[in-house]
Write a protein that binds this ligand. Structure first.
Ligand SMILES: [Zn+2]
Length: 393
């Protein structure tokens, strides 16, 4: 056995030297990235391993805000007056905020790791929410676009993004939204995206075949907003997702053939196969090959949570910024580090039995494991901390 998470074994012996092509598919998200490893079998492409990678963007943002506040306060206390200097810095091209960089790095780390554990031959990722080219240029529509199904999904994703995933008439969020014709089809309205919005079922029904002015005669402000929104150009509304493009460039640099898909395509693939919504299933459904992807909806999915590698901060402060403790120089104690995956075998006492988990060390023989204190003599390291916490669901 090579690793516990992801569970990896080294074969001593095997029959033949050939392996099928193995594809790593990614659905990068703001909080969670879906990961699916698929392999080509005679029955078709099948998901063989899946994971959900939870990012720590918010944590990083918070840590930087804290650091900034502490430095402000210290400078204020300790430094003579200096002229303000705040607009004399240039950000390099392609700069991303640290919270977003961490997302990209998390995914790249896992691509590189999985490349070591499995003979990956291809990569796929969801690059854009919707394919603006397919929306704009009718010439490149393939057969499936003309039939309207996949095209419909691209349009829907585009509209949801453009109108902020809210009902344009009542502002309802987190409700199923329907595509709504501003000028009703019965009055000559077209299916062009400039005539479409998203609305909840109630508003869509209430509007019926009234015109926008008739339906919103009591709410001139909302009428003005919607009219302005309809006029904004397709390109202006298409939010370029900086993180995804940064990831795209990093994945290209791996040298593996990289397939990209749109969010509309993913949703369509998932819907035609009747799969439930989950990050790893979305990853499996990315791209053209995602339209016929065999998977077990109750598959064991590895939950990977980014935890970082501790902190560089040496001085702990109370809530007013006064120093109250200093971090010891050593990062390990009795051979253990915070983040190590351990098995505890406790012979007696309140927590008798076997426990597995990620430890947090103290610099005395009493560590924290799964919410209780444990002496290191009962611990055995299963896997060294690597910046992630794991669970199988
Ligand atoms: Zn509504």
């Amino acid at each position: 056995m090579f690793r516990w998470y992801p569970f990896t074994i080294i074969l001593h012996d095997r029959d033949r030297g050939e392996v099928q092509s193995v594809r790593l598919k990614l659905d990068p998200g703001a909080k969670v990235t879906g990961i699916a490893v698929t392999a080509a079998f005679q029955r078709g492409d099948t998901v063989v391993w899946a994971a959900e990678l939870h990012h720590r963007g918010d944590q990083i943002r918070q840590a930087l805000l804290t650091r900034r506040a502490l430095r402000h306060a210290r400078r204020n206390r300790k430094t003579r007056y200096r002229k303000p200097r705040f607009d004399n810095r240039r950000r390099p091209e392609g700069w991303l905020p640290p919270s977003l960089v961490s997302r990209v790095e998390n995914v790249v780390t896992w691509v590189e790791r999985l490349r070591r554990f499995a003979p990956l031959t291809h990569l796929s990722m969801e690059l854009v929410r919707f394919d603006t080219q397919k929306l704009q240029d009718p010439e490149i529509h393939g057969v499936e676009y003309q039939q309207g199904t996949l095209f419909g999904y691209e349009v829907r994703e585009y509209l949801l993004e453009k109108w902020g995933r809210k009902c344009v008439y009542c502002g309802a969020e987190d409700v199923p939204l329907e595509v709504e014709h501003v000028v009703p089809r019965s009055r000559g309205g077209t299916d062009r995206v400039s005539n479409l919005t998203v609305a909840c079922h109630e508003c869509n029904q209430a509007k019926g075949n009234q015109s926008l002015e008739e339906f919103l005669h009591h709410d001139p402000e909302r009428l003005r907003q919607i009219k302005a929104g309809l006029k904004t150009s397709l390109k202006g509304a298409a939010v370029v997702n900086a993180t995804r493009w940064a990831l795209f460039r990093r994945l290209q640099a791996t040298g593996l053939p990289l397939e990209v898909g749109s969010g509309g395509r993913t949703k369509y693939n998932r819907a035609v196969q009747g799969y439930p919504k989950a990050h790893w299933i979305d990853a499996a459904c990315v791209g053209e090959l995602g339209e016929r992807m065999r998977l077990h909806p109750e598959m064991q999915v590895t939950r990977i949570v980014a935890k970082g590698h501790g902190t560089r901060r040496r001085c702990g402060t109370d809530k007013h910024g006064f120093p109250i403790r200093h971090a010891p120089a050593a990062k390990s104690y009795m051979g253990f580090r915070t983040g190590d995956l351990v098995r505890a075998t406790i012979p007696r006492g309140k927590n008798t039995g076997r426990h597995v988990g990620r430890i947090a060390i103290r610099h005395r023989p009493s560590f924290r494991l799964n919410g209780f204190d444990v002496h290191p003599k009962y611990l055995k390291i299963l896997q060294r901390g690597d910046g992630y916490a794991y669970a199988t669901e």
